[in-house]
Write a protein that binds this ligand. Sequence first.
Ligand SMILES: NC(=O)c1ccc[n+]([C@@H]2O[C@H](COP(=O)([O-])OP(=O)(O)OC[C@H]3O[C@@H](n4cnc5c(N)ncnc54)[C@H](O)[C@@H]3O)[C@@H](O)[C@H]2O)c1
Length: 257
Amino acid sequence: MHLADLLSLKGKVCLVTGGAGLYGRHITEALAEAGGTVVTASRSLEAGQHLADELARRGLAVAALTVDQADHESVMQLKAELEQRHGRLDVFINNAVARPMKRYEDPLAAWAESMRVNATGMFDITREMADLIARGGGGSIVNIASMQGVYAPDFMLYEGTAMDSPPDYHFHKGGLITLTRYLARKLATRNIRVNAVSPGGLLGDQDPQFLGRYNQKVPLGRMALPDDIKGVVVFLASPASAYITGENILMDGGLHA
Ligand SMILES: NC(=O)c1ccc[n+]([C@@H]2O[C@H](COP(=O)([O-])OP(=O)(O)OC[C@H]3O[C@@H](n4cnc5c(N)ncnc54)[C@H](O)[C@@H]3O)[C@@H](O)[C@H]2O)c1
């Protein structure tokens, strides 16, 4: 097959949860640029619809729907809506995250809320979307994990700033990477590949003190930029990675090399 065809998502229906968020919007754009018909879904429609309209003006096929992945009824409604609109799902990008816990000292209720969305809800939506993909003959699931699901934070990076790295995040992202391997074996017989991408932090409005220290530590000398996630997600979603499943690709500028 020609390389351009291997990397093409033409004719593929792709779902991105949290698809209008910081990383999500670049993932949504990338899948659509690769020819996919993309649906974003998060709790409110507004941001997703705004992004869909913006990308539609460039001729890209993006639609916005809603889902609360912590609510089983809502997950089933999204599944039914996808089935009704497209009759199938080929690619699921498991990207949404809730961040109720901000630091180690926060109340247990914040940990429990995180697990409700990021562990239980995440598993529910993944299992339901895998079922939809299987019924269409198979496809690809890409779990957006984090380098923080693999490595402990360097707390010195945050000293003197309001930034921190909460423990629930490390726990559920580590779990997501292990679940990726479990699902790769479980779903292989249904022709579904399951892989993860573990990004480093996306450049935003981080504290300059943190940024200076962080950039010095990263071999490539910077935080992640929007284009960094695009190719790796399209690669894992497309037939270009047809013989890869159960893998976790660290995208951290060499920070943990
Ligand atoms: N931003 C980073 O620097 C960074 C670094 C490494 C990994 N990641 C990972 O990338 C992914 C996206 O992160 P982000 O920073 O772009 O997040 P973000 O906060 O910008 O977006 C998260 C999205 O998830 C949605 N969401 C939250 N709770 C939900 C629920 N119950 N049901 C449905 N949708 C829900 C939100 O509405 C939002 O659209 C996450 O999996 C995150 O762990 C992000």
